[in-house]
Write a protein that binds this ligand. Sequence first.
Ligand SMILES: Nc1ncnc2c1ncn2[C@@H]1O[C@H](COP(=O)(O)OP(=O)(O)OP(=O)(O)O)[C@@H](O)[C@H]1O
Ligand SMILES: [Mg+2]
Length: 271
Amino acid sequence: MDSLQLLRKDTEVEIATAAGPTAFEIDELTAGYRERRVLRGISCCIPERRVTAIMGPSGCGKSTLVKALNRTLELMPGGAVTSGHVRFRGADLHGPAVDPRAVRRSLGIIHQQPVPFPMSILENVVFGARFHAICRRAEREAYARLYLEKVGLWTEVKHQLHESASRFSGGQQQRLCLARTLANQPQAVLMDEPCSALDPYATRRIEEHIVELRDEYPVIVVTHNVGQARRISDYVLFMVDGQLIEAGPTAQVFEAPQSQLARDFISGRFG
Ligand SMILES: Nc1ncnc2c1ncn2[C@@H]1O[C@H](COP(=O)(O)OP(=O)(O)OP(=O)(O)O)[C@@H](O)[C@H]1O
Ligand SMILES: [Mg+2]
């Protein structure tokens, strides 16, 4: 079967959680790097069209988890899922018929340090879309405009489309990389600490875009900023030492955390 077929929107299954239909089901997921086991039996559901924040202290495995979700973990030296399952809209992402490249395209990831490609702004935005034959050469400018508008960059860059993005500020680079990811027409957006290198003003702009994205996508945002998780997320996963300690709607996790570890983390006593 065509692996992309497995990831089409119409394969969506309605699995009810407290937060609505489920996008990702994670079942006893164990993963790491060579002999180093990092994720230790993670099981949870991540809702559709909501912002889910993954929180936890440095080194607890947040980045490893998002990379495992879109199969970029196996591109890291020694990185692998060793047991368990991840299903997206009912499709097993590690199933034998699934092309990992189709998973990476469908579940777009944006990393902490945005890296514009050494090419023009226009080419940056349409790079993946051209590669995947989503947009034709003649349509490049109109296509790029659509996504630059979505991330609020169009008016800033419309006269420099053929110039390099290398002189962009950190916030502009992060928005350009978001535009590049969205131009690939993903079915979910994963963001790993998207604001950690940004000033408060640029952070606020990215947070506004994240909240808008949930109208169209399930959005997962890794953050160790407790305030940010509270501002932008609907659902929270809280991890410590490769294990999921708590998961639930944001208000519930913040106002009535079940575990002492979550209480201490939220109040700034550890992490
Ligand atoms: N490429 C790698 N090779 C070997 N070990 C790694 C690799 N990347 C991460 N690790 C280890 O896996 C563990 C989890 O790392 P991970 O980057 O997932 O944590 P994190 O929660 O994202 O941390 P941070 O908040 O600092 O980004 C850490 O102990 C780390 O040293
Ligand atoms: Mg990380």
